[in-house]
Write a protein that binds this ligand. Sequence first.
Ligand SMILES: [Zn+2]
Length: 265
Amino acid sequence: MKRIFIALCFSILSLACTRNAITGRNQLNLVAESDLQAMALVQYKSFLANNPVVSSSNNNAEMVRRVGQRIAASVKQYYKNKRVSNNLDNYQWEFNLVDNKDVNAWCMPGGKVVVYTGLLAVTQNETALAIVLGHEITHAVLGHGSERMSREMAAQGLGALGGIALGGSAQAVNIFNSVYGLGAQYGALLPNSRKQELEADHYGLIFAASSGYNPQMAIDFWTRMANLGNGQKPPAFMSSHPSDEERIQKIKEVMPEALRYYKTK
Ligand SMILES: [Zn+2]
């Protein structure tokens, strides 16, 4: 599979690969960011209209918004320091808590975030919530959703789609929903790759740390998440890659870097 994507990147689709401004990694990118954000907005609104959104005055909903806004501000600052603020053009952050016992959270392109109440039982505290939101927001700002969608489009032979074709394509909407685990009738969730997960852990930790949250709490949190998988259905947003051991090992490796952001705060 991997070899096919590399071949795609270096052949007829060379124009459809973009180098990520933060990670330097080449990513297959068949969907324009503006098209993706437009699609995300429609799906986000539809999701909120069809799910029980917790009142914004509720303490937990307020915490989700507070943590999310702090992480978003750190992301913005990080991108500014790297002189790539244009990568966040048109991001309009929104944070909502929905009453749902699933252990889940996601961030769509454009900054549309949802946390499920089931997740709060596992995070248990604001710092761990910051670790998760840092992770999910990183998937969005690093273009992982677009990458997953592009890979699936390539696999289904869809090729690059223009805005009009994309917006009007039920197939594209189905793929988008699979990326975010919405609309289960369309099939299985398309998981993040191991590489995407490790990138989300790495930069998510930096964003949480520069928001004033102790990144060392990530070890306890991911251990709690790993234990949750024992005998239970693993949370939808935890892919089977990397393994729990590898994830925690890699988090330990980037901890000194994250701590520098925490200490200068
Ligand atoms: Zn992830």
